[in-house]
Design a protein around this ligand. Structure first.
Ligand SMILES: Cc1cc2nc3c(=O)[nH]c(=O)nc-3n(C[C@H](O)[C@H](O)[C@H](O)COP(=O)(O)O)c2cc1C
Length: 133
């Protein structure tokens, strides 16, 4: 299926990058935590391939929507790990497209298991972009 087709069926969101718990950096997958502009909008919990526009440049990454049950947290969090990116973007307005859903939110027995799963998510999402863009 072409990316164009996905663009037609998948949603587009805007939001601002806010400070998170900063634990993502510790385990190798730093994330930009997003506060959606449309407060009435919800994205179903899970992990998705995402494409975002930052300063007129297109980037690809992984979107996580969930409560981070592995860390015993319960507040809904919307986070994006951007591939090949390490700039500080707090306070910046971003636009992103949500593409293929890879899996749902899960609770893991350890951080190591969560990291192993995120590595698999990364492989799946890169494979998705390799064949769809
Ligand atoms: C691709 C991806 C998938 C994730 N999947 C889960 C998950 O299934 N369960 C979970 O508890 N946390 C998951 N997380 C969230 C991490 O726990 C979170 O990124 C980490 O706590 C860092 O958050 P912080 O940047 O707010 O510190 C995922 C994060 C990413 C980037």
């Amino acid at each position: 299926m072409s990316l164009q087709k996905y663009k037609k069926i998948m949603k587009f969101f805007t939001g601002i990058v806010i400070h998170g718990e900063k634990r993502g950096k510790e385990f190798g997958f730093p994330t930009a935590n997003i506060q959606l502009d449309q407060s009435d909008t919800t994205i179903e919990p899970g992990v998705y391939a995402t494409e975002l526009i930052l300063d007129n440049e297109k980037h690809q990454g992984m979107l996580y929507v969930g409560t981070r049950p592995t860390l015993n947290l319960s507040q809904k969090s919307i986070e994006i790990h951007i591939f090949n990116f390490n700039r500080n973007i707090y306070g910046i307005q971003i636009q992103f497209f949500v593409f293929k859903k890879i899996r749902g939110d899960q609770r893991f027995n350890s951080i190591e298991e969560l990291i192993a799963q995120i590595e698999k998510d990364q492989a799946a999402i890169k494979a998705f972009f390799a064949t769809n863009s």
